[in-house]
Ligand binder design. Structure first.
Ligand code: ADP
Ligand code: C5P
Ligand code: MG
Length: 247
């Protein structure tokens, strides 16, 4: 057994060791939205990066650099971005280990239009809770074993496709034909082969994603307990002892 966290899940955690939460699920299941809701409810969304006690990182920042021929295929929607080989899992592992060591790390922004990491990056400062979201965050064993808590966002495939199409057209510079072809050729088969089988590793499955306010509240309260029970002194200048209410 390698890299098992030394940190017990419910008894607080060692000084400077962040509580690492993996958030997996199919494309457009609502992983990013669920993470945003968690951040909002913990009052973290509008804080400066340096002030944040809860931070979120996307696995997409760890897509590997494509070769010239792969880049040309990607431009035609013929590259499989849903296969584990598309990721630089060694880099993801190294960054997560640095985070667990309490180090500050740089995480690049991913650009879905150029299919490459952009020249912008985010500095992730040591935080109490770090969320890592992505389709295959539970696929790589060594990465999976670093998480103290694993969430799987479980949304019906038809809902996911219905959300992915407008998102990719409006936000990721794609056209309808390309989105549908990519979905049929790569996204759907890879989801079934690589992503769905990782659901069994989850500690908590969130049906319906961000619509599931009860599940999100339970998770937020659990995170809140971890932050509050271990570090009450920091609460007054952290989350202000306040979990935001609905509405
Ligand atoms: P993922 O990160 O899993 O790919 P996103 O959170 O980006 O999923 O959600 C995919 C798309 O669906 C986005 O455009 C998002 O705004 C939308 N979306 C997510 N959750 C909901 C929801 N509960 N109701 C309506 N739209 C949603
Ligand atoms: O946010 P979401 O989980 O949907 O992001 C992962 C998806 O992004 C994958 O299903 C992959 O097909 C897609 N992707 C893409 N083009 C890229 C990188 C990822 O369409 N350049
Ligand atoms: Mg996302």
């Amino acid at each position: 057994m390698s890299e098992k966290p030394t940190v017990p899940m419910t008894n607080g955690f060692e000084s400077k060791t962040p509580f690492l939460i993996g958030v997996a699920g199919g494309t457009a299941s609502g992983k990013s939205t669920v993470c945003q809701r968690i951040m909002e409810k913990l009052g973290q969304q509008h804080k400066e990066q340096t002030e944040r006690r809860v931070v979120c990182i996307s696995q997409d920042s760890f897509y590997r650099t494509l070769t010239t021929s792969e880049r040309l295929r990607a431009e035609r929607g013929q590259f499989n971005f849903d296969h584990p080989d598309a990721f630089d899992d060694k880099k993801l592992l190294a960054v997560l280990k640095d985070i667990l060591d309490g180090k500050k790390v740089e995480v690049p922004e991913y650009d879905y239009i150029t299919n490459s990491i952009s020249n912008r990056s985010h500095t992730i400062y040591p935080a109490d809770v770090v969320l890592i979201e992505g389709i295959l965050v539970f696929y790589f064993k060594e990465v999976r074993e670093l998480f103290h808590m694993k969430l799987f966002v479980d949304t019906d495939s038809d809902t996911r496709l219905a959300r992915r199409v407008p998102r990719d057209i409006m936000e990721r510079g794609r056209d309808l034909e390309q989105v549908l072809n990519q979905y049929m050729n790569f996204v759907k088969p890879a989801f079934e082969e690589f992503c769905l089988p990782t659901k069994k590793f989850a500690d908590v499955i969130i049906p319906r994603g961000a619509d599931n306010l009860v599940a999100i509240d339970l998770i937020v309260h659990h995170i809140w307990d971890i932050m509050y029970k271990k570090r009450p002194a920091k609460i007054s200048n952290g989350c202000n002892g306040h979990i935001e209410e609905e509405g």
